[in-house]
Design a protein around this ligand. Sequence first.
Ligand code: FE2
Length: 274
Amino acid sequence: MSVQPTVIAQISDLHIKAFGRLSYKQVDTHAALLQVIDTLNALQPRPDVVVITGDLVDFGRPEEYQTLREALQRLQLPFYLMAGNHDDREALRAAFPDHTYLQAGPTLNWQLSVGGVRLLALDSSVPQQPWGEVDEQQLQWLDQALREAADQPTLVMLHHPPFACGIAHMDRQRLRHPEALEAIIVRHPQVERVLCGHLHRSLQTRFAGTLACVAPRRVASGGSGSASGGAGSLYSGAARLFAPLLAASAGEWSRISARLATFRDPGHFTIVRG
Ligand SMILES: [Fe+2]
């Protein structure tokens, strides 16, 4: 029996700038995004949804969000937005008024079900700060959402990784008080993944009884040194690949694998539960 997969594509850390400017004075992030969009549009199987896990633009400016909005018009798939430390909640809301899930409340949490897979987005951004935090109200929201659908395979997404990665300057700006998040997720084994961004490199680690994955950032290969930074650089070679693609089969999740792959590299691993 063939099973129709639910395919969720994650991209992250777009850092879009306006007026053709380069991110970090090196990287044409707008051109990189257009390439990623073309890749997404051509993917087979076709993703059901694209989630963009924060740092949508570089400085949270309205003109940057307009540039992002115009670029995303090229995307032929439904997409959902999250905030990172480079984002400005109100500017983001203003640029995407049709994204009603962003419009209410002090933070930009949202939830969505796609083909039997539940997506829970936690807004870990803190205005004017590089580090991340989720407050008590957000944690209660997450816990309640997980209680409501204990049997539904779930992805929890937040921009800031809740674990140390070993890169000192990034560890200083990771999620603060991750133990509070961990204490909730560990009680809910339906959480198949915790998906993050922020680090601009692909990482996977165990967290709270599940697997936490960080999406790499797609960077342009042109330009001097734009994709060849040394250790600790935001532009490591690893980030030259595309963001992960999570393919989760709907239905009998306990007997079906979940796969993680980059867009270019079909390598994957398999988890079998139950
Ligand atoms: Fe970030």
